[in-house]
Write a protein that binds this ligand. Structure first.
Ligand code: NAD
Ligand code: UDP
Length: 315
């Protein structure tokens, strides 16, 4: 049994990770400032003896005795990370410095929740780890893209200069229950709109692509990476390579919710990546990782969650 710290554990992915690790018998401490996360995401474990919650900003120094760190604290939705872009860069950079200092002191492994955004609007498709990306350093997404790129640099330099045992997970679009209704990302927006029979807001013509990974598969990917026997060999992509246009995703959701919604076009946000799909060969060869939840099954489970949140039933 380990004592594991999850920064950002009150958020969408972090709360699923908390549940998984507690079920494995570990002790879990969640550190979160509740900027985009919520204590209601952790209701299931609030009385668990192995669980502890610390409300704290990851930009402030952390002093804990722990055996492993999953560093997830950072807003992930473009709407949220662009709301206070300077804070987003601080969270990426100062937050990473703090968890790396903690890992150094505890001599423990630390996993960084990096992102497919490090590839920017990718020129190589599907995206492979050796691609250095095509990122606008002065755009509205840069606070997050460049913040996460700098975090990767810090992780690698703590590894090279201080021998810290680091793992970098480049997470591709992940969805599932416990995404916030106010999140602003494509899946919560489309499902809530479809359930309410409102028009689905298609940014641009909807021909841009995303490859969506159900959260249970993501947790398997992240925990598999954390358990890697080998020392650091650079970043790993993690996600589901099933690539769809945003319009196809909208059509699927309308069909699965039996919705009367139509679609309206809204302007495409600046620097919105045109295509995104992970090459997961490296992680597959290292850990056997392969996603198992189809888009249809994952959407059905997520729709059920939003039905209960909105008190609407379509089944
Ligand atoms: P989320 O917004 O639901 O969760 C982020 C959590 O971090 C929230 O609980 C929030 O309150 C907390 N947080 C934010 N800033 C903080 C700070 N300064 N101090 C302490 N806590 C802070 O997002 P998510 O989808 O669960 O994403 C989790 C991580 O995975 C993020 O680092 C994100 O960049 C990364 N990621 C997610 C996706 C995805 O598709 N979900 C894709 C790529 C990368
Ligand atoms: N998108 C959309 N309508 C919405 C929300 C998002 O068409 O209401 C599009 C967005 O322009 C992008 C894709 O869906 O092309 C995924 O957006 P999201 O914000 O979920 O994450 P991103 O992958 O851009 O970080």
């Amino acid at each position: 049994m380990k004592h594991i710290l999850i920064t950002g554990g009150a958020g969408f992915i972090g709360s699923h990770l908390t549940s998984f690790l507690l079920n494995q018998g570990h002790q879990v401490t969640v550190l979160d400032n509740l900027q985009t996360g919520s204590l209601s995401n952790l209701d299931f474990c609030k009385d668990h003896l192995g669980f502890r919650f610390i409300q704290q900003d990851v930009c402030d120094p952390i002093d804990l005795e722990i055996n492993e760190i999953y560093h997830l604290a950072c807003p992930a939705s473009p709407v949220h990370y662009q709301a206070d872009p300077i804070k987003t860069t601080k969270t990426c950079v100062l937050g990473s410095l703090n968890v790396l200092e903690l890992a150094k002191k505890n001599q423990c492994r630390v996993l960084s929740a990096s992102t497919s955004e490090v590839y920017g609007d990718p020129l190589v498709h599907p995206q492979v780890e050796k691609d250095w990306g095509n990122v606008n350093p002065v755009g509205i997404r840069s606070c997050y893209d460049e913040g996460k790129r700098c975090a990767e640099t810090l992780f690698m330099d703590y590894h090279r200069h201080h021998g810290v045992d680091v793992v970098i997970a480049r997470i591709f679009n992940t969805y599932g229950p416990r995404m916030s209704l106010e999140d602003g990302r494509v899946i919560p927006n489309f499902i809530a709109q479809a359930l309410k029979n409102e028009s689905l807001t298609l940014y641009g013509d909807g021909s841009q692509t995303r490859s969506l990974c159900y959260v249970d598969d993501m947790i398997n990917g992240l925990t598999g990476m954390m358990a890697l026997g080998k020392p650091m060999t650079g970043p790993y992509n993690v996600g589901n390579p099933d690539e769809n246009t945003v319009k196809q995703i909208a059509e699927n959701i309308v069909a699965l919710t039996h919705s009367k919604s139509d679609m309206i076009n809204k302007p495409l946000p600046q620097d919105d990546p045109v295509r995104r799909c992970p090459d997961i060969t490296k992680l597959n060869q290292a850990t056997g990782f392969a996603p198992t939840v189809s888009l249809e099954d994952g959407l059905k489970r997520t729709i059920e969650y939003f039905e209960s949140k909105l008190n609407i039933s379509v089944s």
